[in-house]
Design a protein. Sequence first.
Lengths: 264, 373
Amino acid sequence: MKIVVCIKQVPETNDVTIDPVTHNLDRRGLAGVMNPFDKNAIELALHLKDSTSDDVQVALLTMGPDDYAESLREGMAMGADAGYLLSDRAFAGADTLATGYVIAQALKKIGDADLILFGRQAVDADTGQVGPIVAEFLHQPQITYAASLRLSGKNEVTAERLLEDTKQTLVAQLPAVVSVRSELNTPRYPTPRNIQLSFEKPLTVWHHDDLDLDDSRLGQAGSPTIVTKVYAPKPVKRELTPLTGTPSEAASQLIKALKGRQLI
Amino acid sequence: MPATTAAAEKLLLQMVDDYTAREISPEDMPMDAAGDFPAGFMQKLTDTGFLGIMLPQEFGGAGFGPEVTAAALNHIARGNASTAVTLEGHFKTIDQILKFGTPALQKQLLSSANDRIFAFSMTEASGGSNPMGISSTATREGDHWVITGDKIMITNGGLAQVYCVLVKTAPKELSVFVVDQDMPGFSFGKREDFIGLRGTPVGEIVMDHIVVDDDHLLGKLGDGGIIGDSAHDDARILMGAVLTGIMEHELKIATDYAKERKAGDKPLTELQVTHRKVADIAMRKETTKLLYQRAAQLKAAGQPYSEEAAMAKAHGSRAAVSAGDDTLQILAGYGYSREYPVEHLIRDARAMEIAEGTVEKMRSAIATAEFNK
């Protein structure tokens, strides 16, 4: 079985600025760390690897500048077998669609991935879109926000999908794309020994010419997203009406208020 | 430094910081109050591979060098000095087995050093800084050695499973043997109730006619003094790193508080009296850091480092106590309260003016080294 976990390196600080021209996050010069949610995806892959005697290969894939290799090494120190870095100036400025396109093309080149995992979203841009976009490019079934996942058959996974107000149990045929929630597991720490040994594992860097790409779909030019303005929403001041008296009186007041607003 | 080495160091320290923030630092105050670490704490530390940071890869460890190992303890000590000192006691013992053990003894002992805690014991009721004052003996009986005696105030005493013990093999001959807790005749004695580093077990072992073969002798007969000095040197570098970590913790407490607190209308950060204290804490921290890093560099390069290691501990221990005192004064009543960690950081630092050779002994060693130049 081959599992590919797609990860992202994000700024270590929350104190990011906005590029005044593109209105995108300006990550230049900021120290990076692996997106915390992606560690849950790696942990799931390693758990699946640990819990079977079958040969399970776990590879990591990311797109970004050369220093994104640090996050790949960290994931390999956790236990992944290999890493792929997609790095080229032509990929810079990509939105989620252009990013998903390049990642999907890289996944085609890696080939034969039974399961492609993502963290639920990146903590810097918070979109959670790249996983679903990759699934569409690959024409594969997708499950997002998985809070549990198990191999339920030879070519099948069963996942519990946790949404704000509901839980769904979904079954998908492999190969499939799954994004996972942090409730799924507690990621392991890389051990000091595995940190050293991670530098003996293969890390492949693919540039533009290593992939089969349509240049019109790359980078900023290939990104239909236009960020016109970025701002923090103003806090909404809500009117509070205290409920008073006994619990019974308070309940009556609440029902009256809800009826008055035609909510019940 | 090769690129992969630098990258591995960065990744290690990132992991150490993460683990310390989540698992070690939150236990700092509870450990001080309880005088022990919580159940499962050491097992988790072991399972995460901390015991093998400097253990060579051939024995199942990570094989990080002296500079990175010291840096790792420095980072741990920022959140919890006791845990860093427990690892220091383990690492200095492994170092002596690597320096003086035969390949067979190394293989026998070190293949488990990723999972078992080691300790080095010299002190006895009759002798601490004066090793010739000890009473423990190893006596030749047929093909074996019979070891008898009590060792006290052992860092990790009662926690460690493997002990290097300094004994007399002749009236004026000191040697080191390796014993473990499963040997007949081995038992644990009293555990110390120290005022600082209360999360580091310090205790006694009793050796009542423990029988070992020649292969448990570390180095040669009569090497005890050399091995003991070497263990001190290695420990002192790591203690310099721990003391730097304590001062980094103190400096953070002092600056965080000064930024928030006002004296009258003025923030503490605008008062010269605060400036002087914070600057002194920062200078003490930085000089200790430079000293331990210099000693670790010399060790990594195969150069003599005994004097520099003594300087790191002698300077760093007083510096950390003084920095703690300045921090306490900035926090005033809060600093004097046990609700805040400052007073316990002072108690932790104070231990290192005594452990691994008193500061007085350090100064003698430094002065002697200077006279001999």
